[in-house]
Design a protein around this ligand. Structure first.
Ligand code: PMV
Length: 322
């Protein structure tokens, strides 16, 4: 008994894991239809998970939602329950006596991957807690299962870019491809402040595609071509030429019906302030837009976005590894 007590005292631990947000640069929506898309991690925002031993059964302290709840009381379709359950099952272990504290600075339902980041941070934290190796591919597939609860039929791009925490060139159903960012570049990310569930936009695009497949397939081809071209420019060290591709991609997303006046206004504001291109990013109908900026115009673009109605502007640098 004495030995067991000493062992528990010695193994009492606090571990912390994080996961970044993400932004889609090119190819959202078309990626659901097997066209390529490019996404990059955004490290300025993150989900953080701490696991601390306790004497009580597993409890979840979700700081953003101001809720503390016992793991056993979470509903089975709760994404927090789902990722914990899937990870524990993968390790063939039972829930630890511990408190799992979750805090995220990633705005929800705005295209920054908050759900996938929370799940990734939890899976990483549990792997550390149980001293298991869980590589990016394994985390990505666990998180994908949870993404299905949020999104219905997700392409898998969010879990992939966040679990790998690297820029990815993603084609649904194909092995993940990372690529070389030959020259870093800067992106302004502006939030409309409108929360827009991706599931609804994805469902509407599907309904429109069902009605006029030829037309929508052409739009998706256009988006796929843009993503391919963008990858080449990034690999060739010519990111300053990405602006016109962003404008073209935004126009195709408008034609798909996933933009909204607030997003269009921010895209116009950014380009009028000197950004060489801008587009909505993610599911659309709200959430975030992005603009290509550089050191000489980023202050002006940021100000224009704020006066144009953005609730928050982040500037992120795209580099090879987050
Ligand atoms: O809203 P976000 O950033 O989670 O992105 C959704 C991207 C879509 O292509 C619209 C859907 C998907 O599953 O890829």
């Amino acid at each position: 008994m004495g030995r067991r007590r000493r062992k528990r005292a010695l193994s009492s631990q606090v571990i912390t894991a994080t996961a970044p947000g993400k932004i889609i640069l090119f190819g959202e929506h078309a990626v659901v239809y097997q066209r390529p898309a490019i996404a990059v991690p955004v490290t300025q925002v993150q989900a953080q998970v701490t696991i601390q031993d306790s004497k009580q059964p597993l409890a979840i302290d979700a700081r953003n939602q101001r809720r503390k709840i016992s793991y056993d009381d979470l509903r089975d379709d709760d994404p927090l329950k789902a990722i914990i359950q899937l990870t524990l099952r993968a390790f063939k272990v039972t829930p630890p006596r511990a408190t799992l504290t979750l805090h995220s600075t990633i705005p929800i339902a705005s295209g920054l991957g908050s759900g996938a980041a929370v799940s990734t941070a939890i899976a990483r934290a549990l792997a550390q807690y149980f001293k298991r190796d869980l590589d990016a591919a394994a985390i990505s597939s666990l998180v994908y299962e949870v993404e299905k609860i949020h999104h219905g039929t997700p392409s898998g791009i969010d879990n992939t870019v966040i679990a790998y925490s690297k820029p990815v060139y993603f084609v649904r159903g194909q092995p993940i491809e990372t690529f070389n960012v030959a020259k870093p570049f800067r992106i302004a990310i502006a939030d409309t402040g409108i929360q827009s569930p991706t599931k609804i936009a994805v469902g509407d695009v599907r309904a429109a595609w069902e009605k006029d497949k030829d037309h929508y397939e052409k739009i998706f081809d256009g988006c796929g071509g843009i993503a391919q071209h963008a990858r080449k420019l990034i690999e060739d060290g010519k990111p300053d030429q990405l602006g016109s591709l962003m404008n073209e991609n935004h126009e195709l997303l408008r034609q798909m019906g996933v933009s909204c006046p607030e997003l269009d206004d921010l895209v116009d504001a950014a380009t009028r302030a000197g950004a060489s291109g801008a587009k909505l990013s993610g599911g659309g109908r709200g959430g975030n837009m992005i603009a290509l900026v550089n050191e000489s115009n980023e202050t002006r673009v940021r100000e224009a976005l704020i006066s144009g109605g953005a609730k928050r502007v982040l500037i992120t640098e795209v580099i090879r590894d987050a």
